[in-house]
Unconditional design. Structure first.
Length: 254
């Protein structure tokens, strides 16, 4: 196409949820720089506006809303003519162990983190199955190893890990040429993590503890996670599906 932008995602159409901040925002900027047309969704409409030219289309979206998922996918296909990439980045966290977690908190976290990913994958498969594509689901190291104080979060991210594998197997066996993979960051310098640190009674102690959690001795950066997502979204990972990729500074290697 004349005038098309070059890059690792040239000519591709991507949808990124949770794109107003953190890993989603970093991914939108990276994808745009690599030539993709980017549709960014979030409940934070002010954050979406701040993306500027890094998003070609911005849409308000509650990822727990089944009807809205179908509308968003259809709007993206109408605007771009196709959908090649879905990044399920929207997510929330809540502290609480098995004794203190309420049913309401458990349902809220899982509605966003697990049900939102389920709905996104299902609608993306509908849109992609004729021409193929790549789905990247954001899980967490908490979907691989346990954390005593994040019961609901661990449950939701563990669900993402295995939903990813199930969807990948289905798509491969159906001949859809849709790859589905999960990315598992540890503590990264995102607004969600930084706000949690700031709310702590001793923020510096909490920050130091999070930095020590990774053998590399620091927290990750959203851009470092986005780089892994880019690899999985691009043709460079064309024989990779149903796999999990940690971006954790060695945390899960221990």
């Amino acid at each position: 196409m004349a005038g098309a932008k070059a890059g690792r995602l040239a000519g591709k159409a991507a949808l990124i949820t949770g794109a107003a901040s953190g890993i989603g925002r970093a991914t939108a900027a990276l994808f745009h720089g690599e030539g993709a047309r980017v549709a960014a969704t979030d409940l934070n409409e002010a954050g979406l506006k701040a993306l500027g030219e890094d998003a070609d289309l911005t849409l308000a979206q509650d990822v727990t809303d089944e009807t809205r998922w179908r509308e968003v996918i259809d709007e993206v296909v109408a605007a771009f003519g196709r959908l090649d990439i879905l990044v399920n980045s929207a997510g929330i966290a809540a502290l609480g162990n098995i004794e203190t977690t309420t049913l309401a908190d458990f349902r809220k976290v899982n509605a966003v983190n697990a049900e939102g990913v389920f709905l996104g994958c299902r609608e993306a498969v509908r849109a992609m199955k004729e021409r193929g594509g790549s789905i990247v689901n954001l899980s967490s190291v908490a979907g691989i190893v346990g954390d005593a104080s994040s019961f609901a979060y661990c449950a939701s991210k563990g669900a993402v890990r295995l939903m990813t594998k199930s969807a990948a197997l289905h798509c491969a066996r159906a001949g859809y040429q849709i790859r589905v993979n999960s990315v598992h960051p540890s503590f990264a310098e995102t607004p969600m993590v930084l706000e949690g640190i700031a709310r702590a009674r001793d923020p510096e102690r909490i920050r130091a503890g999070l930095m020590r959690a990774a053998p590399m001795g620091r927290m990750g950066k959203p851009e470092e996670v986005a780089n892994m997502i880019l690899f999985l979204a691009s043709g460079e990972s064309s024989f990779t599906t149903g796999a999990e990729f940690t971006v954790d500074g060695g945390l899960t290697a221990q």
